[in-house]
Design a protein around this ligand. Structure first.
Ligand SMILES: Cc1ncc(COP(=O)(O)O)c(C=O)c1O
Length: 388
C-alpha cells in the first residue's frame, strides 16, 4: 500500500477479551463497520447488538445512558446535546397536532417557550397552572384530554416543591403521561415515584464542572424506544467526548451534590438572620412552605438557594456586583459559586400576577453554591449585603 492509503487505514488494535480498559475509552467515531452486509442487516432488524452511526447511538454515549438509567432507577435513557434538547426531544416525539399538554408557571422558562412557540406552531395546545393548584390540575385533566403533565421539583428559582405522588396519580387516572424535569433534584432522587419520563440537564450537577453541555431523558424501555426514532431525526445527539466528560463528572456527582447541599443549607440558614433579606427559598429550611413534602421526597436539597432582598431589583443588581467569589453567570451545580440578580432570572413571559403566583419578587436573587469553603462564601455574602 502507498502512504496515502496506509495512513487512512491505520492498524487496528483490539484488546483481548480478558483485558479491558478500566476507564472506558472515548469512541470518537461517527461510524462503525460490519464485517458483512448480513451483519449490518441483522443489526437493522434488531436481531443483534452493535453500533452503526453515532447520531443514533455510540458506545460512549450508551455507557452514560445506562449509568444514568441505573441511578434514576429506570431501564433506559437517551442522552442529548443539552437539557433543553432532552425536553424538546421528549415533547416533539410524543406530541401530535391537537394534543394538549399541562405545565406550570413555575416551569423553567425555555420549557414554556418550547410549549408556546414550537409545539404551538404544530397545533399542540398547552395550559399553565400553579404547581400548588392540585384541585385545578384535577379539574383540567377531567375536562381536557391531556397527553402529558410536564413539571419540575424543586422549581427554578423559587424552589417550589411539587407533590409528585399526587401529580402522578392524577395524571395516570386521566390517561396522561408525566414528564418531570428532575435537573434540580438530580438523577439520584425521585426514582421511587411513578414518573413516566425524567428529563435532566446534565450541564448542571451531573457534569458538575461547567465545561460541558448535555441532557438526558430517562424512563421505561418501551417509552424510550418510542422516542428513539424521532430523537435520531431531531439530531440533538450528545457528542462522545462530551459523554465521556459527563461520565467522569458522574463519578463524583454524589459527593459534590451532598457537599454543595450542606453548604447551601448553612447559607440558607445564615440568610434567614439577615435584615436585608425578606424571604429565603430553600427546601431544607423548616420555614419553607414545601419543607414537609421535600423531606418526604428528597434526601438532599441541592445547591440552589434563592432569596428576596428587601431593596428590590436595584439592591439585587448592587448585591451581585459587590460579590467577589460568586460569578454573575447562568447555570448552576458547578464547582464555583454563581449568582443571578433579578434582572437576569428570565420569566419575562409571565404576567405580573403569574410572577407573584410563581413566588417571584422584584428582589429575588438566585445563588448556586459551589465547592468553595462555606465560611469564605458567607463572608462574601455578608460584605455584599452590607454594600447593597
Ligand atoms: C430546570 C432546568 N431544566 C433544564 C435546563 C436546561 O439545561 P441546558 O442548559 O443543559 O439546556 C436548565 C438550565 O438552567 C434548568 O435549570
Amino acid at each position: 500500500m502507498k502512504p496515502p492509503t496506509q495512513i487512512n487505514h491505520p492498524p487496528v488494535v483490539d484488546l483481548p477479551a480478558d483485558n479491558r480498559a478500566l476507564v472506558a475509552p472515548i469512541y470518537q467515531s461517527v461510524k462503525f463497520e460490519f464485517d458483512t452486509v448480513e451483519g449490518a442487516l441483522g443489526y437493522f432488524r434488531g436481531e443483534r447488538p452493535g453500533f452503526f452511526y453515532s447520531r443514533g447511538s455510540n458506545p460512549t454515549t450508551r455507557q452514560l445512558e445506562l449509568s444514568l438509567a441505573q441511578l434514576q432507577r429506570r431501564d433506559d435513557a437517551i442522552v442529548c446535546a443539552s437539557g433543553v434538547g432532552a425536553m424538546s426531544t421528549t415533547l416533539l416525539s410524543l406530541a401530535k397536532q391537537g394534543d394538549h399538554v399541562l405545565s406550570f408557571i413555575e416551569t423553567y422558562p425555555p420549557t414554556r417557550q418550547l410549549l408556546r412557540r414550537m409545539l404551538g406552531k404544530f397545533g399542540v395546545r398547552h395550559s399553565l397552572l400553579s404547581l400548588s393548584d392540585l384541585a385545578g390540575v384535577e379539574r383540567l385533566l377531567r375536562e381536557q384530554p391531556t397527553l402529558a403533565v410536564v413539571f419540575e421539583s424543586p422549581t427554578n428559582p423559587t424552589q417550589r416543591i411539587a407533590d409528585i405522588r399526587a401529580l402522578t396519580q392524577l395524571a395516570r387516572a386521566h390517561g396522561a403521561l408525566t414528564v418531570m424535569d428532575n435537573t434540580f433534584a438530580g438523577p439520584h432522587q425521585h426514582g421511587e415515584f411513578d414518573v413516566d419520563l425524567f428529563t435532566h440537564s446534565l450541564t448542571k450537577s451531573v457534569g458538575g464542572h461547567g465545561d460541558v453541555l448535555g441532557g438526558a431523558v430517562i424512563g421505561r424501555r418501551e417509552l424510550i424506544e418510542r422516542l428513539h426514532p424521532d430523537f435520531t431525526l431531531i439530531g440533538g445527539t450528545l457528542d462522545p467526548h462530551a459523554a465521556f466528560l459527563i461520565q467522569r463528572g458522574l463519578k463524583t456527582y454524589l459527593l459534590r451534590y451532598r457537599a454543595q447541599s450542606a453548604s447551601a443549607q448553612r447559607i440558607a440558614e445564615w440568610l434567614m438572620s439577615s435584615s436585608a433579606v425578606a424571604r429565603v427559598h430553600y427546601p431544607g429550611l423548616p420555614e419553607h412552605p414545601g419543607h414537609a413534602l421535600a423531606t418526604k421526597q428528597m434526601q438532599d436539597f441541592g445547591a440552589v438557594v434563592s432569596f428576596d432582598l428587601n431593596g428590590g431589583a436595584e439592591a439585587g443588581r448592587r448585591f451581585a456586583e459587590a460579590l467577589k467569589l460568586f460569578a454573575t453567570a447562568a447555570s448552576l451545580g458547578a464547582t464555583e459559586s454563581l449568582v443571578l440578580p433579578p434582572q437576569m432570572l428570565g420569566h419575562q413571559d409571565l404576567t405580573p400576577e403569574q410572577r407573584v403566583a410563581a413566588g417571584l419578587a422584584s428582589g429575588t436573587v438566585r445563588l448556586s453554591i459551589g465547592l468553595e469553603d462555606v465560611d469564605d462564601l458567607i463572608a462574601d455574602l455578608q460584605q455584599a449585603l452590607s454594600a447593597c
